[in-house]
Design a protein around this ligand. Structure first.
Ligand SMILES: Nc1ncnc2c1ncn2[C@@H]1O[C@H](COP(=O)(O)OP(=O)(O)OP(=O)(O)O)[C@@H](O)[C@H]1O
Length: 589
């Protein structure tokens, strides 16, 4: 696609994203535009007044000099006032649009299903909500401060320059042609570079984010040099492109001013040679040069804004894509309903988005309300995938999943979220207080509710040791708690709402055997109506389950109680023997 055509298509697409936001800030946008046009007229009028004043000085007309002087001061004050109003309302529009856009993007991401977040990637979403929105804010600021002024200044300065010394028209045309050629060439060169910079920013952010989130692994495996190398490579690539952009700028600006200075010198020489025939040119020449400079500045501003706009258009395009993205799954809305705790998988097959082979194949089982279901199997066999389908983090390809006899696809968001709680191995807590985290499991949780849940999850003993108890702070990424404490807090959050179905995905792995048993006893005793789905690496965790499923390569290869499976399932026997041998050797050691 030719450059101009590509840009106009880009402008149309991005205006579709921007327009609804601009409309919301119509009043400040209009005031900013009027102020910038007033400023342009004030700028254009000054050289004309100066020229008239020079003529009055030459003619020794003191009264006119004084009158024009007052006009000039008035014009300068008007220009300053218009400048202040313009800056204030431009900022109001740009910041307002950016803030609303960021809020909408955040709300949109909250609507996304798991698959949508994976599709965009978390760090890419962060870049869109921060860097891309900042680009748009910067562009809007320059649009309202400069863009609307540019055409008025260009046309006005051109007309006034031609009126001031008409026979110099060809000098102006020549200057415009050369300056526009430089501007078009430079802008074209920089447009592609700006798009590349954006992609590189994404990559640098991803590397930095992964490194910081996995800082313990990086340090324990002495990975700092490799991480630095990886980051430096991506960062150097970004620097290379930024330097190329800098090079282009570095020859463009002197080029512009060389042409302008040559034009001024040429005009002065030409006017000087013919001053005898045109004595009035003496007063006109300074105003003519002012208009030439204004023309030049209008073209420079236009080219720089176009270049900056390329970057903002890329950002707007990315923001537009995110806002228009239809969430791959929308849970129906409706009132919260309490379900009975039966759970049924009926011939469920599931494939991860983008994968060719299904991860789960023809999975069928039934659990009665209040029962405990254990799920065991080799790593990567599909246990977590099976569990994620219960709260509908993904939709099945084929088959049905029923809770309390109802298809999960028919359950509204409130019902699904309040009936099913999930506790993951990698406990994620949010910065704030312990109480804030617990209220995610039950928004109206009281202190006795928290104490009850903490007793069930065996977290009470360490919470009691904290000075602020449930008001103790959880730092970013819960760095002030140990792995076992995090897991216990996550279990506390999972049980506090007394869910109909509680899924524990290897969520007691960091607990010692005694704590694990205490948690299980408390669950049995305190949550008798809750159906528990327990995924565990250690068979000891599921040995007392009412039913245990053995998963292998995405299929259920055996089901029954521990006693039944020990007799009938070779895979279960193998896991059992291996773990017994391991426990035995640990006991000896
Ligand atoms: N989000 C995902 N996108 C694509 N494939 C995935 C995703 N999550 C898991 N998988 C793949 O699905 C398969 C089953 O993974 P799953 O996490 O369910 O196994 P698991 O039995 O729970 O393993 P583990 O005991 O190690 O936690 C694996 O091959 C894994 O690579």
């Amino acid at each position: 696609m030719p450059f101009g055509q590509g840009r106009s298509a880009c402008v149309i697409i991005t205006m579709k994203t921007l327009w609804p936001y601009l409309r919301r800030f119509g009043k400040p946008a209009i005031i900013a535009t009027i102020a910038t046009i007033v400023l342009a007229f004030a700028t254009l009028w000054q050289p004309r007044l100066l020229q008239s004043m020079m003529n009055a000085i030459i003619a020794d007309d003191q009264k006119t000099v004084l009158r024009l002087g007052i006009w000039l001061v008035g014009l300068a004050v008007l220009g300053i006032a218009a400048g202040i109003v313009n800056t204030f309302y431009s900022a109001k529009t740009a910041v307002g649009v950016a803030t609303t856009m960021r809020r909408d993007l955040y709300a949109q991401v909250q609507k996304f299903a798991f698959a949508d977040i994976e599709q965009f990637s978390a760090s890419n979403l962060v870049v869109r909500m921060t860097n891309d929105v900042n680009q748009v804010q910067g562009m809007l600021m320059s649009v309202f401060q400069i863009v609307f002024r540019v055409p008025v200044l260009f046309v006005g300065a051109l007309i006034l320059a031609l009126i001031t010394i008409p026979r110099m028209w060809w000098v102006i045309v020549l200057m415009i042609v050369i300056v526009v050629l430089i501007a078009v060439f430079g802008t074209k060169k920089m447009g592609g570079l700006f798009a590349k910079v954006q992609t590189d920013i994404d990559e640098v952010n991803t590397i930095a984010r992964e490194n910081l989130m996995g800082v313990r692994v990086v340090k324990s495996f002495n990975q700092e040099p490799q991480q630095i190398k990886q980051f430096t490579t991506a960062s150097d690539r970004m620097v290379d492109i930024t330097v190329k952009i800098g090079y282009t700028f570095s020859w463009m600006m002197p080029g512009f001013f060389l042409i302008a200075n040559l034009t001024c010198v040429g005009v002065l020489l030409l006017v000087g040679r013919s001053i005898g025939a045109h004595p009035s040119d003496l007063a006109a020449v300074s105003s003519f040069i002012s208009y030439v400079m204004q023309l030049l500045m209008a073209i420079i501003n236009a080219s720089f804004i176009l270049t900056g706009a390329t970057r903002a258009f890329v950002s707007l395009g990315r923001i537009g894509k995110l806002l228009e993205h239809e969430p791959s799954m929308v849970l129906p809305q409706g009132p919260e309903e309490k379900l009975t705790g039966s759970l049924e998988f009926n011939d469920v097959t599931f494939t991860y988005p983008g994968d060719q082979e299904p991860t789960l194949k023809n999975v069928s089982f039934k659990v009665k309300p209040g029962e405990m279901l254990g799920i065991v199997g080799a790593t990567g066999s599909g246990k977590s995938t099976l569990a994620q389908l219960i709260p509908r983090l993904f939709d099945v390809d084929r088959g049905t999943i029923r809770i309390g006899g109802q298809d999960v696809r028919d359950l509204n968001a409130a019902t699904l979220r309040s009936n099913v709680a999930m506790v993951l191995q990698r406990a994620t807590l949010f910065s704030g207080t312990i109480a804030n985290n617990l209220r995610q499991g039950k928004p109206d949780a009281t202190l006795p509710d928290m104490r009850w849940a903490a007793n069930v999850a065996q977290s009470a003993e360490f919470i009691d040791r904290l000075d602020a108890h449930f008001d103790a702070q959880v730092e970013e990424r819960s760095a002030n708690f140990s792995g076992g404490q995090k897991q216990r807090l996550a279990i506390t959050r999972g049980v506090i709402g007394k869910p109909t179905i509680l899924i524990m995905d290897d969520s007691t792995s960091a607990l010692d055997a005694r704590s694990e048993r205490l948690v299980q006893d408390a669950l049995n005793h305190e949550l008798q109506d809750t159906t528990t789905v327990l995924i565990a690496e250690k068979l000891s965790a599921v040995i007392r389950a009412d039913q245990i499923l053995v998963v292998d390569h995405g299929q259920i290869v055996a089901a029954g109680t521990h006693e039944e499976l020990v007799k009938t399932s070779p895979i279960y026997q193998e896991i059992y023997q291996t773990q017994r041998a391991l426990e035995g050797s640990e006991a000896h050691a």
